[in-house]
Design a protein around this ligand. Structure first.
Ligand code: ZN
Length: 277
């Protein structure tokens, strides 16, 4: 069994992992991450759709999404109770900690096969956080918020405004192509052709998820998550993430490639915020 299957054992035999399993029933197993990248780092492992890619698993499946959403709430509650076991955290306003200092979501390219949702505190103060990739996998667009996986998101008016602005911008970009000697429609055709997959890969627009967070929509448009093309794009995406600068999760300071400086700074930030620990 490869390391990519490392989570399967928790689904098969949760009773054998009492130290790590926080909760299990017929639907899910909730565990502490074996290599926590923050003070609190839990994983929700739904039993259903366990071998689906996280960006697809909830696709047009609101029932499943809502079910897992309930387990996200449960995990937060377990975490809130565990705060009390740490002296300094116990003094905090647990509700506020849960609402402002947690991230819930998935990696757009998971390293482990079984579907898992991360619930992680934003301190990233952990000896297991050992390199830029570890950090950026939670602090860039590589991490997709669970909310964004909702198949039928309730759009608020602000989001609708942003959509409209984006459309207007795309339209004005198309108009400027007229200056390059192409009509807007010819230019659209060219653009469409460039986006089209080779003819051997059938397009399935009816399967195109409409809820995927925009930066990843190109990964999946009309293609299977496991096609060679998608894998190539996934790899490219990983490389891009390795290149993005390191940004402090507390104050937004840019550390570029200086991972060890960021680690020192994260420790300072942690001590400042949770000074009595
Ligand atoms: Zn900072």
């Amino acid at each position: 069994m490869s390391f990519r299957d490392a989570l399967q054992t928790y689904l098969d035999n949760p009773e054998r992992h009492k130290d790590q399993v926080l909760w299990s029933n017929e639907d899910v197993v909730i565990i502490r991450d074996l290599y926590p990248k923050s003070t609190f780092h839990y994983l929700i492992l739904p039993k259903l759709h366990t071998h689906e890619h996280p960006l697809y698993a909830f696709k047009e499946n609101e029932i499943f999404y809502r079910e897992v959403e309930n387990y996200v709430k449960l995990t937060k509650e377990i975490l809130r109770q565990n705060l009390n076991k740490h002296d300094a955290f116990a003094k905090l306003d647990g509700e506020n900690f849960i609402n402002t200092f947690l991230k819930v979501g998935v990696h757009s390219i998971p390293s482990l096969k079984n579907l898992h949702i991360h619930v992680i505190s934003k301190d990233f103060h952990s000896p297991r956080l050992k390199n830029k990739k570890h950090y950026n996998s939670f602090n860039t667009d590589f991490f997709v918020d669970f909310e964004k996986l909702c198949p039928y998101p309730r759009q608020n008016s602000e989001e609708e405004e942003e959509e409209k602005e984006k459309e207007a911008m795309l339209k004005s970009e198309a108009d400027t192509d007229i200056e390059s000697g192409l009509s807007a429609s010819e230019s659209d055709d060219l653009e469409r052709k460039a986006d089209e997959p080779p003819e051997t890969i059938p397009q399935a627009p009816e399967n195109k998820p409409h809820h995927i967070y925009a930066p990843f929509s190109h990964l999946i448009a009309g293609k299977s998550p496991h096609s060679p093309e998608t894998k190539k794009k996934e790899t490219n995406r990983l490389e891009d993430i390795l290149k993005s600068p390191l940004i402090c999760s507390y104050c937004g300071r840019n550390f570029d490639n200086k991972f060890s400086s960021l680690k020192v700074h994260l420790k300072q930030e942690f001590n400042k915020k949770f000074s009595s620990i």
